[in-house]
Design a binder for this molecule. Structure first.
Ligand SMILES: Cc1ncc(COP(=O)(O)O)c(C=O)c1O
Length: 491
């Protein structure tokens, strides 16, 4: 983009303002007449008059009839800030784009939320993997020419250009309600569906409307960092629910004042456990007894390989306590930033208010395209194809683990999703770093599970394995190299 030149009047204005703020022109000083000033600078008189008018509007100078223009009074930091704002506003009105404003060096304290959000460190900049066998979780898993189809659909889809409903584009809400009922056993009507910018926004809105700082939130331990971060940033005291092969176990006596429980019952993140029916019932009855909300994050339930997907926890809820959250990030692609939330009736109004305040609504064009995609049947056909492709990857992983790592590895969570957890019983946690380094030297990206634990991570090394973006042959070769790295580490 060509740089936009600063208008002349603005340069004159800036020089004068600087001189006043810096004390070069002090209060009461009389400025040269506009004619003299213009001649000295080699600019037109109008240029100087515009600059003076701006300075006068901001209170730096004042004109006295018949006497000239005078500097008013020293301008403090506060006035200088507002002056800059006014100037920017003036530029905007004049259609002038000002150069990048240099933020003043400031030691201004952060709000509590800002400090907590920073401390949560939920995010690291996405990087392109340089490793040929990268088992990183969370990267795009979509294939089958989906983005091409999506683009074509996007071009064809007519979408309104005016503001939309905070709850989302009505045809998408209808399509989602039907899909969720059909495929996930969610009990809902379109009016209860809220379209969000990814499931992350759904978690954020829920946290905002039900949490006060200091309130307790029950979370799985280990826990998804996106949920942990948002709850911590809003000041929740996190109480871990231990996870075993039956999923998370809700405490019989939850902490006083607990407001919510966050769970991933279909495929616990990161262990992959499926929450048993007994645990689901225990969670729902405890929530009803103690009056807390349950957030069900159903992020990847469509990919279940040996049996049909387990219906959502929300479908079992009879007391309107479950907020169901889903995303298109896994089944389509994460760059879409489309998610959804099925609101319990009592939370609908505050959630909609919070959504409006956050961003009015999620972009309509993508919503309209998604509605078309679902209504045409393409979406569910895509899901079925995706499941078959991921099943091949999953099978390749299970085979490769058996073939190359055998009893050196115990895998969990391979029944569904696009990740698994692999434990190395013979490798103490203290050796994880060298295992990861040795793998990296062989072109393999492995990732420690420790950051997901609230309390102490397990004593043995544990690796979070994302396999959705690798082809079966690459999975086999990657695990072969991983085994070589492990042998080197065990020596
Ligand atoms: C447990 C869990 N929930 C949700 C998501 C997706 O989040 P979003 O919809 O914001 O992309 C992920 C993605 O990695 C996840 O692992």
């Amino acid at each position: 983009m060509p740089a936009v030149a600063t208008p002349r009047w603005r340069r004159v204005y800036q020089d004068l303002r600087q001189a006043i703020e810096g004390g070069g022109l002090h209060a009461g000083a009389r400025l040269p007449s506009s004619r003299v000033h213009a001649a000295a600078l080699g600019v037109s008189r109008n240029t100087v008059l515009t600059a003076l008018a701006q300075l006068a509007a901001e209170g730096y100078v004042e004109g006295r009839v018949g006497a000239g223009t005078f500097v008013t009074s020293p301008v403090g930091a506060e006035a200088a800030g507002s002056a800059a704002d006014h100037a920017a506003a003036a530029d905007a009105t004049a259609g002038v784009v000002a150069g990048p404003a240099t933020p003043p060096p400031t030691a201004a304290p952060l709000a509590t939320f800002g400090a907590r959000a920073l401390a949560a460190r939920p995010w690291s900049p996405p990087t392109e993997s340089q490793l040929p066998f990268d088992f990183r979780y969370g990267t795009a898993t979509s294939d089958l020419g989906l983005t091409g189809r999506w683009r074509r659909l996007l071009r064809r889809t007519p979408a309104p250009i005016d503001y939309g409903d905070a709850a989302g584009y009505p045809p998408l809400r209808r399509a989602l309600a039907g899909y969720l009922e059909r495929r996930r056993g969610v009990r809902t009507v379109p009016e209860d569906v809220i379209v969000t910018s990814g499931s992350q926004q759904a978690l954020d809105l829920l946290a905002r409307v039900v949490l006060d700082p200091g309130a307790s939130a029950l979370v799985e331990d280990p826990v998804y960092q996106g949920a942990r971060g948002v709850l911590a940033a809003y000041g929740a005291t996190l109480v871990g629910m231990p996870v075993d092969g039956d999923g998370a176990r809700v405490p019989a006596r939850p902490p006083r004042g607990v407001r919510l429980a966050y769970v991933t019952p279909s495929h616990q993140f990161p262990t992959g456990a499926v929450m048993s029916l007994a645990r689901r019932r225990a969670l729902l009855s405890t929530a009803a007894r103690h009056g807390f909300w349950v957030i069900e994050d159903d992020y990847d339930a469509e990919f279940r390989y040996d049996v049909r997907p387990i219906p959502a926890l929300q479908g079992l809820d009879r007391s309107g306590r479950v907020a169901y959250v889903g995303t298109f990030s896994k089944v389509l692609f994460p760059a879409l930033r489309l998610g959804y939330l099925v609101a319990p009736p009592a939370l609908k109004a505050p959630l909609l208010a919070a959504k409006w305040l956050a961003d009015r609504h999620t972009p309509t064009l993508e919503q309209a395209t998604m509605a078309e995609f679902i209504d045409s049947g393409d979406f569910e056909r895509h899901l079925d194809r995706g499941r078959r492709r991921h099943a091949l990857r999953r099978a390749a992983l299970v085979r490769a683990l058996e073939r190359h790592l055998a009893e050196d590895a115990v895998a969990s969570g391979t029944a569904s999703g696009v990740h698994a957890l692999v434990r190395h019983p013979g490798v103490p946690r203290s050796r994880v770093r060298s295992l990861l380094d040795a793998a990296r030297e062989r072109g393999v990206g492995l990732y420690d599970s420790a950051p997901y634990y609230l309390r102490r991570p397990p004593a043995a090394a544990e690796i979070l394995v994302g396999y959705g973006a690798l082809e079966p042959e690459a999975i086999d070769e990657g695990v072969r190299r991983w085994a070589a790295a492990l042998r080197c580490c065990l020596r």
